[in-house]
Design a binder for this molecule. Structure first.
Ligand code: SF4
Length: 496
């Protein structure tokens, strides 16, 4: 219970903060994502505005935990900093995912139920739809656009990928928009001609690499050869081409963690390091999408994943101490929120989440979904996350997208400020919620703090990071990660 008398004693110079007991200390954070550790004595002295050591006082002042001077000026400065951190809200979708086909030559364990056979040409996007999709994309308000090709395997519908690239390039020049392309592919249909074209047109390439040969080939069923051999061949070849051309970029490889991955964390990380990749993304399996049909073989509980995450991170830190520059992506995103002035604006990890207002997924068949996960559910005959269908005019399409009930509901359901307990959490500035995760795990798109396994996982990850930020050597490694090139920008994809 709140004790009003105690609250009244809080010094008028103490700014707003959230807190939690962290080991024997207190961790405090505020709305501009600053943090500070205080001993129990410092914490008590601070809130009563009694004597604290000069160094700690300076740290609190720098983190805007202390109100000094004119109150209005303090609020204005704070508001400016808050706006800077949330500037992504000023623009509408920047990531436009285009599903060019439902066909794929793999039948991965976690998505095999959704894959269309290679003969199902009728499940490819047509030129007529592709043109209308690009028109709609360029009608959106964001000056920076990323078009990401997904499929199931986009190289299966290569003609449409090329058509979209060339049409979008023309529009970008004419409308003066910054355009980036990304292709998410299993790389088994790659060839020299396609690679040349992709490099020529500045298309960033991302693929799936699920670990060493044993795990990768187990997860990613492929009957036309050895998937691991082919994907690693192309990763090396593409990275060499980038070096030859002076392109400061590497292939992004994405890991999907299944039960088989958990004990082999070292082997998986070593595989990435030996391929000269800069980072790994420790992504847990989602309780939705197509992994659900094979749950027993693939699934693990959150605590098992946390154990895997901690062991992997300890190992990655060990490698860094041996001068091997290698990062973990999820941690880097959180670290960037904790240690820099800007939001990395990556994926869904913001409040409200990306759905509808940050990313949109255009299906091969006229349908536009809230996000990649929304379209995956659509493939499972659940159209709850459908925003609209492509209309004859792009004005009409964009208006329908923005005004759809899905858009309004997704924004509301993923905004932390009104969600009980999330808003009170010391990690509120860093965490995010996923209405689709909540919908699939609790049948309610409004997340429930106590039942939210994703929130539980995020908070454990943040506990680990804050613990390590208190160790000077590890903090320096984390800071170095944020200054490295080849930062993570593509979307997550469970189905490549
Ligand atoms: S609904 Fe979930 S998957 Fe979709 S953008 Fe939001 S957080 Fe991401």
């Amino acid at each position: 219970m709140f004790n009003l008398d105690e609250i009244k004693k809080i010094g008028k110079n103490v700014g707003f903060f959230r807190f939690k007991k962290f080991d024997n200390n207190y961790l405090i954070t505020n709305d501009i994502w600053k943090y500070c550790f205080l001993t129990e004595e410092e914490f008590n002295n601070f809130i009563k505005w009694e004597l604290i050591e000069w160094e700690k006082y300076e740290e609190l002042k720098e983190g805007w935990f202390i109100k000094l001077g004119n109150e209005e000026e303090y609020k204005l400065e704070l508001a400016k900093k808050f706006a800077k951190k949330n500037k992504f809200l000023a623009f509408w979708p920047s990531l436009h995912i285009i599903v060019t086909t439902l066909r794929c030559n793999h039948k991965c364990q976690y998505c095999h139920a959704a894959v269309a056979p290679m003969t199902a040409n009728e499940l490819d996007m047509t030129e007529e739809i592709a043109k209308k999709v690009v028109d709609a994309i360029f009608y959106t308000s964001n000056p920076d656009l990323t078009i990401e090709f997904q499929g199931w395997e986009p190289l299966v519908n290569w003609g449409i990928v090329k058509y979209i690239i060339e049409y979008a390039e023309t529009k970008a020049t004419y409308l003066k928009k910054n355009l980036t392309f990304a292709l998410v592919s299993n790389l088994t249909l790659m060839d020299d001609e396609k690679l040349e074209y992709l490099i020529e047109h500045n298309v960033w390439i991302s693929t799936s690499l699920d670990g060493d040969e044993e795990i990768h080939n187990f997860n990613r069923t492929f009957t036309d050869g050895n998937s691991f051999e082919q994907v690693t061949y192309w990763i090396k070849k593409i990275n060499n081409k980038y070096i030859e051309r002076g392109v400061k970029q590497k292939v992004w490889a994405l890991l999907t963690v299944t039960k088989k991955t958990l004990p082999k964390y070292k082997e998986v990380i070593d595989t990435y390091v030996n391929l000269w990749l800069d980072w790994i993304f420790l992504r847990s399996l989602n309780p939705y999408g197509f992994a659900s049909v094979k749950l027993k073989e693939l699934w693990y509980n959150v605590d098992e994943f946390i154990d895997f995450y901690i062991k992997s991170m300890d190992y990655i830190l060990e490698l860094n101490k041996k001068w091997i520059n290698f990062r973990e992506a999820l941690s880097s995103i959180y670290l960037s929120k904790i240690l820099t002035e800007y939001d990395p604006n990556y994926l869904d990890e913001r409040s409200p989440c990306w759905a509808c207002i940050g990313q949109v997924a255009y299906n091969y068949d006229w349908k536009i979904y809230s996000c990649d996960e929304g379209r995956m559910l659509g493939r499972m005959w659940d159209d709850n996350f459908l925003m609209t269908k492509i209309k004859d005019s792009w004005e009409e399409t964009y208006k329908d997208m923005i005004e759809s009930d899905t858009t309004k509901i997704m924004v509301q359901a993923s905004t932390l400020d009104w969600l009980p307990w999330y808003n009170e959490s010391v990690y509120k500035p860093y965490i995010w919620v996923c209405p689709i995760h909540s919908y699939k795990s609790t049948w309610n798109i409004i997340p429930n703090y106590s039942k939210d396994s994703k929130r539980y996982l995020d908070e454990k990850v943040l506990d680990y990071l804050f613990q390590n930020l208190r160790i000077k050597e590890n903090k320096e490694i984390f800071e170095k990660w944020l200054g490295m090139e080849n930062n993570v920008v593509t979307s997550q994809c469970e189905t490549i």
